[in-house]
Design a protein around this ligand. Structure first.
Ligand SMILES: Cc1cc2nc3c(=O)[nH]c(=O)nc-3n(C[C@H](O)[C@H](O)[C@H](O)COP(=O)(O)OP(=O)(O)OC[C@H]3O[C@@H](n4cnc5c(N)ncnc54)[C@H](O)[C@@H]3O)c2cc1C
Length: 401
């Protein structure tokens, strides 16, 4: 997509590209040290380490176009790895609903990437229907701490996380959405056991977290007791917007086209085959439409609005597109894609393709499954009436927005 960039925006892009070039990781350089230095230098640029944070909390206050440029350039250049849980998911909740002491205590360490967070929402029996969660938190008689017991599942990166933000049940006498309390506690303590779940692609990123009689001081409760559902919903919208990955898909599609040009088909290449070309063209059209939706979303975000139901469009379409690119990559690799994991058969992109394809199955499940996003879009974007048969699950689930 070509956006007319002003001279000022072009200048900003040059500055971003120079920053990436000057601070690129060098061969032999200690990765962790480079990562910490990179974020410190980005902070000195005026909040480039926290592009989406409001200026009040140290963010850069960029225009939608500047955010768009940043997204594009970070997809092209190698920047340090980052986890979304603290920076993009918990931080907005602490900013909006945490008290001043919590903001001072938690935000600086999130910003400095000193503390890794994980998200304790899902439970066995509470995924889409999240409000059915049963992890219990009981307030002590003197009102100073909660005792938490329960099981969280699919907890991404729990095995390396320092802290967890956790939805707990403090009251089960009313509607499911009432009586949910949002607690923060460290992972490295007695009463917490993390067991790995190995997913389809062979990777270990998700876990089960067993919590037994863990004491959590009331100072670690965000907002009011029993009002956690309101805070949790806000967080889900931030999560969904972050999962669309438009710039990454643009780069991945360009790279797939380059790869297809290396695969011989008679006198030409796979990229010249009409059937393959048509699939690439379909993807390009859908990606362009999603880019415009992202720009609209960036425009309202930089005007100070919280993400709305359009985050469900971004999540639904963005993750479907990512899966289609992965699938087409496997298709382009042909038989060599089946040699997944081997080191010396066929082109390297084909060998890596299958792992990416298998991992991508989860994209349309986490952050709220696609069916759930369609419910949100039907109700809150298209204004369609609910059918009575799905009413209960919609009101309880990850689709409430
Ligand atoms: C790779 C990965 C990482 C994850 N990371 C985390 C994490 O860090 N923290 C965390 O808390 N959770 C995490 N999750 C959990 C994720 O949010 C849930 O898996 C998701 O919300 C679906 O819940 P479920 O697995 O219980 O499936 P279910 O809710 O049982 O759904 C099963 C099927 O039923 C469909 N369905 C359910 N309700 C409806 C409805 N109302 N209308 C139509 N269809 C419906 C779903 O679309 C789905 O296909 C992760 C999941 C994956 C796969």
């Amino acid at each position: 997509m070509d956006i007319e960039l002003s001279a000022e925006d072009l200048g900003f892009r040059d500055e971003v590209v120079s920053f990436f070039a000057e601070n690129a990781h060098k061969d032999g350089e200690d990765y962790n040290q480079w990562r910490m230095d990179w974020f410190a230098k980005a902070k000195d640029k005026g909040g480039w380490d926290v592009p989406k944070w409001p200026t009040q909390f140290g963010g850069p206050g960029w225009s939608p176009t500047q955010h768009y440029i940043w997204e594009q350039e970070t997809a092209i250049h190698a920047t340090p790895w980052d986890m979304p849980f603290g920076l993009g998911m918990l931080a907005p909740i602490v900013m909006n609903y945490g008290n001043e002491a919590q903001q001072k205590r938690f935000l600086p360490d999130i910003r400095a990437r000193k503390v890794n967070w994980c998200q304790g929402y899902s439970e066995p029996g509470a995924g889409s229907d999240l409000a059915s969660l049963r992890t219990k938190a009981v307030l002590s008689e003197d009102g100073t701490y909660y005792t938490v017991t329960g099981t969280k599942i699919w907890t991404t990166m729990a095995h390396i996380a320092d802290w967890i933000f956790c939805l707990t049940r403090t009251d089960d006498s009313g509607r499911k959405q009432e009586g949910i309390t949002f607690l923060l506690f460290p992972m490295n303590q007695d009463g917490i056991e993390v067991t790995p779940i190995i997913t389809l692609g062979g990777a270990h990123s998700v876990n089960t977290v067993h919590i037994t009689d863990v004491k959590v001081p009331v100072e670690n409760r965000i907002g009011e007791e029993g009002k956690g559902w309101t805070y949790a919903k806000g967080l889900l919208q931030h999560e969904r917007t972050g999962l669309a990955g438009v710039s990454r898909s643009l780069v991945a599609l360009e790279s797939l086209k380059d790869q297809a040009r290396t695969i011989a088909r008679g006198n030409s290449t796979l990229m010249d085959e009409p059937a393959f070309k048509a699939k690439v063209a379909d993807l390009e059209v859908d990606l362009m439409a999603l880019e415009f939706t992202e720009l609209r979303s960036l425009a309202s975000a930089s005007a100070g609005a919280a993400p709305g139901p359009e985050s469900s469009i971004m999540k639904l379409k963005g993750t479907e597109i990512q899966q289609r690119i992965q699938k087409l990559t496997v298709e382009a690799g042909g038989l060599y894609s089946a040699a997944w994991g081997a080191t010396s058969v066929g082109p390297s992109f084909a060998r890596a393709g299958m792992g990416g394809y298998l991992a991508s199955r989860g994209y349309t499940i986490y952050g709220g499954a696609s069916e759930v996003q369609k419910d949100v879009i039907a109700k809150n974007v298209l204004g369609l009436k609910k059918s009575t048969s799905v009413q209960t699950s919609k009101e309880n689930g990850r689709n409430s927005s």
